[in-house]
Design a protein around this ligand. Structure first.
Ligand code: GSH
Length: 342
């Protein structure tokens, strides 16, 4: 058996980096609440570049941040009317079900347990992910199946824990999880050599690796051990609000499919002869009215952040080098298939 550093029976209990604010309680009228507040309270991560991460000016960037902006633009006509609320993994479901935030857009995997038993609803998948492993090149493994006897850092309250246990059992490996309260603690512990490997969604591994002083000293192993469909969350029980967030995401994906971009959206709204474009942009019928919004709901969303492909390119391809892969449109062999706006 390979020699790994052993941290058996150690459980690091660092304090979560983000405090929960006061909860406003459940509301059946989130749309009215958001309008009255004049802003969308959107739960995001503690900082994952490419998904949600504040830049040096404190402006939140990333695909998940842009989904928050798109919803704010569709609902309030202003993509900047977002209050970003960073949440540790273990807080992300409760923050929605308790009404502390209006939604989360935060690398959260759609699972049956969360959807059925934890007071939240998932909306539409924004990124198809899967769990992977990263190790230091000094460890010298090239497959996750060589991790017998290894310690693996992860964050509590994530899907990661069960997946890791399943993977270890299925492959007859003895893997010691080292569990942390927050992402920062887990990543820092891994970087400082306290674990042999780090496990989480593979997109996050790419993000964390890119942030290391010398990324070439870390390797993401080839195995993907789970399905992690990531989707924004809303509280269970407010169907109109769920419809709004769901259809804004489908609108962003549809816009890419229909060739509507941040640059051409105004022109398309005025001049497109395509009935699908006309319906989405409110130049024929009133799809916005079906969900309690103005007819220009998607014009505002696309003006604020662009279509899904533009959002993906800006945040994930240009910065982290992530290809579209399974997150390509269904017309390009991927899994993105927006329900029709009509
Ligand atoms: N998709 C996973 C979450 C993955 C996740 O959150 N991972 C840890 C990895 S260290 C984390 O806290 N990431 C940073 C963050 O989301 O703030 C889930 O829904 O449970």
């Amino acid at each position: 058996m390979r020699e790994f550093k052993m941290f058996k029976n150690m459980k690091y209990t660092a304090v979560a980096a983000c405090a929960l604010g006061a909860t406003s309680g459940l509301s059946a009228g989130t749309l009215d609440d958001v309008k009255a507040a004049g802003e969308l309270a959107c739960g995001v991560s503690e900082g994952v570049s490419g998904f949600s991460n504040p830049n040096s000016d404190g402006v939140w960037e990333g695909l998940d941040s842009d989904v928050c902006r798109a919803v704010a633009a569709a609902v309030l006509g202003d993509g900047d009317a977002v209050r970003f609320v960073p949440l540790a993994s273990k807080q992300k479901v409760l923050a929605v079900s308790s009404g502390q935030v209006d939604m989360t857009s935060r690398t959260t995997t759609w699972t049956m347990k969360r959807d059925s038993a934890e007071g939240v609803d998932f909306t539409a998948v924004v990124f198809y992910d899967g769990q992977g492993f990263m190790t230091s090149t000094q460890i010298g493994v090239s497959s996750a199946k060589e991790l017998d006897g290894a310690t693996v850092c992860l964050t509590t309250g994530t899907t990661t824990e069960l997946n890791l246990a399943d993977f270890a059992r299925a492959n007859n490996l003895s893997i010691e999880p080292v569990v942390f309260e927050g992402k920062r603690e887990a990543v820092e512990a891994y970087a400082s050599g306290r674990c042999d490997a780090l496990t989480t969604d593979s997109s996050q591994l790419a993000s964390f690796r890119a942030g290391f002083a010398d990324p070439s000293q870390h390797v993401v192993l080839p195995e993907i051990i789970s399905k992690e469909p990531l989707a924004p969350l809303v509280a269970h029980g407010d169907n109109q609000w769920k419809d709004i967030v769901t259809w804004v995401v489908y609108g962003l994906i549809s816009a890419e499919e229909l060739g509507v971009t941040q640059e051409n959206v105004a022109d398309m709204a005025a001049n497109s002869g395509n009935p699908s474009v006309q319906r989405m942009l409110g130049s024929s019928g009133n799809t916005g009215g079906m969900i309690g919004l103005e007819s220009d709901w998607m014009v505002n969303a696309i003006t604020a952040v662009g279509n899904y492909g533009e959002i993906y390119k800006r945040n994930l391809t240009d910065t982290l080098g992530l290809e579209r892969g399974v997150n390509a449109q269904w017309t390009d062999g991927g899994l993105l298939y927006a329900m029709p706006i009509r």
